[in-house]
Design a protein around this ligand. Structure first.
Ligand code: F6P
Length: 326
């Protein structure tokens, strides 16, 4: 790999709290190393449309506490085409960018992998998504903040659920991954979590009602992953209304509030470590790897593994929820 003088940095896909912390860490570490930083706005879309400007250390002042991404983000359809990626490459050359750092989720790292192979561009990925669905890292940037947001929302729902003796189905994000759902269910003391990874084939609603939920408790909260594999919270509420009409049931879909808010301390530390490590990785000549943290150690995960391999749910967590929700 040739000598690096200038890096490009972008955020892509769904925004996640802590992305700004990562932008700050990358910018400051690169400048510390004597490199220039070109900030690319609106993800790959901005690379195609030449929305690029030079960043200084001051450009990233006062952003550590802000949710969202100051670089803005997009899901670019044009980048899925070869013509789009060619335009992106031309702009990279125009701004003399020697290596690209992409902060985003699965789709963003898949885009980076294709681009890196086609145009021989050194790319480094940082896992930035509330879903925590990237293989090879224990946590992704934004996941902890989203968990805390869900838990504080469920605490509030519990007040009204208890007052009215109702069953609440609360739908949470996570795409096809159940990390947010299962862990927020444990942390919020929910009665059950319906997650897409469940392979038992057991009817999860029947199982929940069958556990005699109303015998010992007057109200219950069930968290449901948004995935089509579960059918979502509405699906379960409709089933209760027809199959168990004796129960008073309500639904809350938490939606996009899960993506906002000031990043937690855990996310800030994670994003700071990953941002510094991204520059270290480039210095070492690494390319086409996602930086992760596994067992509290920085790790380099090849892009193809991070995006292709399924990150398993720990069965112990399912057991913990099952025991504690009796
Ligand atoms: O990947 C993050 C995420 O918030 C998912 O949990 C959710 O399914 C999706 O993005 C929503 O995407 P969009 O912002 O495109 O509606």
């Amino acid at each position: 790999m040739g000598k690096i003088n200038t890096i490009g940095v972008l955020t892509s896909g769904g925004d996640a709290p802590g992305m700004n912390v990562a932008i700050r860490a990358i910018t400051r570490t690169a400048i510390y190393e004597g490199w220039k930083v070109q900030a690319i706005y609106r993800g790959f879309e901005g690379l195609i449309n030449d929305e690029i400007c030079n960043f200084t250390t001051e450009s990233v002042s006062n952003i550590i506490q802000r949710g969202g991404t100051i670089l803005k983000t997009a899901r670019s359809n044009e980048f899925r085409t070869f013509e789009g990626r060619q335009k992106a490459y031309d702009n990279l050359k125009k701004h003399e960018i020697d290596a690209l750092i992409v902060i985003g989720g699965n789709g963003s790292l898949a885009g980076a992998l294709e681009f890196a192979h086609e145009f021989d561009v050194p790319c480094i990925g940082l896992p930035g998504t509330i879903d925590n669905d990237l293989y090879g890292t224990d946590n992704t940037i934004g996941y902890d903040t989203a968990l805390n947001t869900i838990v504080s929302a469920v605490d509030k729902i519990r007040d009204t659920a208890t007052s009215h003796d109702r069953i609440f189905f609360v739908e949470v994000m996570g795409r096809d991954a159940g990390f947010l759902c299962l862990n927020s269910a444990i942390a919020a003391g929910a009665e059950a979590a319906i997650i897409p990874e469940d392979q038992t084939g057991i009817d999860q609603l029947k199982q929940f009602i069958g556990r005699g939920i109303r015998k010992s408790k007057n109200s219950s909260i069930v968290l449901v992953s948004e995935s089509p594999k579960t059918g979502g919270a509405m699906h379960y509420a409709d089933r209760v209304r027809t199959e168990y009409p004796e129960y008073d049931v309500r639904v809350t879909i938490l939606g996009y509030l899960q993506r906002g808010g000031t990043p937690s301390a855990v996310d800030r530390i994670l994003a700071s470590r990953l941002g510094v490590a991204a520059i270290e990785a480039l210095k070492e000549g690494q390319r086409n790897v996602m930086i992760g943290v596994k067992n509290d150690q920085i790790v380099y995960v090849p892009f193809y593994k991070a995006i292709k391999k399924d990150k398993p749910i720990d069965p112990e967590l399912i057991n913990v929820l099952g025991i504690l929700s009796i």
